[in-house]
Design a protein around this ligand. Structure first.
Ligand SMILES: C[S@@+](CC[C@H](N)C(=O)[O-])C[C@H]1O[C@@H](n2cnc3c(N)ncnc32)[C@H](O)[C@@H]1O
Length: 272
């Protein structure tokens, strides 16, 4: 019975990958099974084969399934301790470099909270050192995600009360409208652009990047894929750049010898 279920699961995930180009094979099985089960419950079916039939008869179900598979939970300044180290160490270090351009990539940015938070920290630093005039020509932040629907929300740059749970009051007051939809101020918004990108299928955006932030994304991928992505990030980083993984993920395998920790606690690394 178990073998039958596994075969039906493999058939279903192959179908999803083929029909919608979603690289199921690189995601952790447990994670896929849990998310598919959510949709199966919603549609009142009990077997993978029956769910495959639902997908065949109702194409909208694919969108709902992909929505369930791409877990989009995020917040502005999520885990402030990590942003605090970015603000105190990473941003001033990059700003002090002689090269003018500072390219930032938030990989798996969901609805934009992460790239806007990063852009706000660069704005605050430029303001503190009296160099706001240089900001727009120096700093470019790219937010990318596989989920096109999230990116539509990201482009709007409006947020809900719950998005601010980790945001220090002074940053909220300075960078967001005081009434709903609490939009990000234009001088920060214009530093950020968004692009749909599948981390599994596409080359990284043209770099080199000085700061790559990829948090709460790799956790969904199997180990081999995580290791491959560490290589990708290594190649995409400028010498002296930073990779921020945050609280949940950490370097695995050979990548541990190719980066050095800039902050072990917040999992911030620099390429060797
Ligand atoms: C939990 S959110 C993390 C958002 C943000 N980085 C944070 O830490 O708050 C994970 C994001 O990864 C995206 N994602 C999942 N698979 C992806 C892939 N293959 N390529 C690009 N983004 C992906 C999802 O769409 C989702 O928006």
């Amino acid at each position: 019975m178990m073998e039958l279920t596994d075969a039906a699961f493999a058939e279903l995930t192959t179908k999803i990958s083929k029909e919608r180009g979603f690289g199921c094979a690189s995601y952790k099985d447990k994670c896929l099974r849990r998310r598919i089960a959510v949709r199966m419950r919603a549609r009142g079916v009990h077997t993978y084969a029956d769910y495959a039939r639902v997908l065949d008869s109702d194409r909208d179900e694919y969108d709902k399934l992909l929505d369930a598979l791409t877990i989009n939970v995020t917040k502005l300044f999520r885990n402030w301790e990590t942003y605090n180290v970015i603000a105190e160490t990473v941003v001033p270090t990059l700003w002090a470099r002689p090269e003018p351009a500072i390219r930032v990539w938030s990989a798996g940015c969901s609805s934009g909270e992460e790239p806007y938070s990063l852009a706000a920290l660069f704005h605050r630093h430029a303001d503190r050192v009296g160099a706001l005039g240089q900001l727009a020509s120096r700093v470019a932040v790219l937010g990318s995600d596989i989920d096109a629907r999230c990116l539509v929300a990201a482009e709007q740059g409006g947020f809900e009360e719950g998005d601010f749970a980790d945001t220090p009051d002074d940053l909220r007051r300075r960078y967001f409208a005081t009434t709903a939809p609490f939009t990000i101020v234009p001088e920060v918004k214009r530093l950020v652009r968004f692009e749909r990108r599948d981390l599994l299928a596409q080359e990284p955006p043209p770099g080199p990047h000085h700061l790559i932030v990829c948090r709460n994304v790799l956790i969904y991928f199997d180990r081999e894929t995580q290791e491959r992505l560490f290589d990708t990030f290594h190649a995409a980083l400028a010498p002296g750049g930073f990779l921020v993984l945050g609280k949940v993920e950490t370097l695995l395998g050979a990548a541990r010898t190719r980066f050095v920790a800039a902050d072990g606690r917040e999992r911030i690394f620099r390429p060797l």
